[in-house]
Design a binder for this molecule. Structure first.
Ligand SMILES: C[S@@+](CC[C@H](N)C(=O)[O-])C[C@H]1O[C@@H](n2cnc3c(N)ncnc32)[C@H](O)[C@@H]1O
Length: 421
């Protein structure tokens, strides 16, 4: 199809146009561009297309810095400056939330446009290592990832040399995390293997990172998740030390940790602005850094997290920082939040769910107990809108901010504060 004018961008960063009364979606385009596309899929009201060429480019369009941008596909907004990318994300959100929020959404930029990621999962297959091409199982063999921090790139280079010689067919991923000069390198395999092959990798990592790294193995027969249920430390540091807002904590490979340290710090400080000397009930608390930060200010903090290793990190952090008013609960929010909400009706509720959004029962319990304030962090505008629409009967949106947690990509991180009507 030729000469398609892009009307808008949607929450997935796709350009939207209307052709023969059908909505056409295409990646890699900007508002007002005129493009030629190839149709990939047609449904009753919908066409999915692939960009062929741009007839009339937007003045915002720049040449992407990464050589692998088209093959890898992870950085789907690399064809605009980060500042323009963030302005586009703000516009997308303003439009998407139009019916329920008429105020201005505040957009917070990332300090770093590149080299901001503190964790990357590299795919491995038959001696090849790289990033999985978007929507495929194929590996894109990159030389360097521009959004990953320098330490990750260094550890990737070492892993690449090692995997070529190791020729171990069982290894399917190497997950590298690097925060503040400390590293965790986790080798993931489908089946148990002889750990002797890791000796060369360990020696090479030692040469670069001294004693500031941990080498891990995770056995994961399942293809649905990258890491298995367990992650065994084979050598070195069992956890990465981190220090924010004067809180000392540790992160293990299985625990969630925000991938852009600077933006996480900025976002947590905005959450902290909403907390005073009250009771906080926190759902989806991860390794507990935000819980500790809040516990320094709040009267009591009750935090619920499903991942055992993350709760272990959170309990270590509680002890280390002597926070007797912090109570970490390991379990499912849909089970554990009920009692906490019933017992603390005046609480401030802080929620930072995974992409699937806040659990149904947690939402129902909020609607039933009506806590004073809800601070909601979300990495998925779709489920965020669903959750806010559900709560909109009882709550007004006090403030709405977005954070450029993932520059060069269309992903949007939001912080929404809801107050009782
Ligand atoms: C987006 S992360 C937020 C972590 C934390 N707030 C932070 O900033 O580091 C979501 C967390 O929710 C946890 N989680 C997912 N489903 C859950 C559930 N049903 N109940 C409790 N925790 C859950 C995940 O393990 C993950 O640690």
């Amino acid at each position: 199809m030729d000469n398609i004018k892009i009307e808008n961008l949607n929450i997935n960063g796709e350009g939207v146009s209307f052709v023969y009364n059908k909505k056409l979606c295409v990646k890699g385009v900007l508002k007002d561009e005129i493009v030629n596309v190839e149709v990939l899929q047609t449904k009753e009201n919908f066409i999915l297309a692939k960009l062929n060429n741009i007839c009339s480019p937007s003045p915002m369009r720049i040449c992407p810095k990464c050589l692998f941008v088209d093959q890898c596909g992870g950085c789907d907004f690399m064809f605009v400056q980060s500042a323009d990318g963030l302005a586009i994300k703000k516009q997308i959100m303003q439009e998407y939330f139009k019916g329920i929020f008429s105020g201005e959404i505040i957009a917070n930029a990332s300090k770093k446009d590149f080299a901001f990621r503190n964790k990357v999962s590299f795919a491995v297959c038959k001696g090849k290592i790289g990033l999985k091409k978007q929507g495929s199982h194929e590996i894109c063999e990159i030389s360097h990832c521009l959004v990953a921090n320098e330490d990750i790139n260094k550890a990737f280079e070492i892993s690449k040399k090692w995997i070529k010689n190791a020729k171990n067919c069982e290894i399917c991923h190497i997950v590298i995390r690097g925060i503040g000069g400390h590293m965790s390198i986790c080798v993931v395999a489908r089946r148990p293997f002889d750990y002797g092959v890791l000796e060369d990798l360990k020696n090479a990592l030692e040469g670069s990172f001294g004693n500031k790294f941990g080498l891990f193995v995770s056995i994961n027969p399942s293809k649905n998740k990258i890491l298995g249920k367990k992650c065994d430390c084979i050598f070195g540091e069992e956890k990465i030390p981190v220090n924010y807002f004067g809180i000392q904590t540790y992160v293990r490979p299985l625990s969630f940790f925000q991938i852009n340290d600077d933006v996480a710090e900025m976002m947590y400080s905005k959450v902290l602005d909403e907390i005073s000397n009250e009771v906080v009930v926190e759902g989806y608390s991860g390794a507990g850094l935000l819980s500790c930060i809040m516990a320094k200010r709040a009267r009591e903090v009750y935090s619920v997290e499903i991942e055992q290793s993350a709760t272990k990190d959170a309990n270590d952090a509680k002890k280390l920082n002597k926070l007797d008013n912090l109570h970490n609960i390991n379990g499912d929010c849909d089970v554990e939040m009920e009692k906490l909400l019933l017992q603390n009706s005046g609480a401030t509720v802080v929620l930072d769910p995974p992409r699937s959004g806040v659990g149904r029962h947690t939402l129902e319990m909020i609607a039933h107990t009506l806590p004073n304030k809800i601070v909601m962090i979300s990495c998925n505008p779709y489920t965020l809108r669903q959750n806010v629409v559900f709560l909109n009967k009882f709550y007004n949106i006090k403030s709405f901010e977005i954070f450029d947690m993932f520059p060069q990509t269309s992903h949007i991180e939001s912080l929404v504060v809801l107050e009782r009507k």
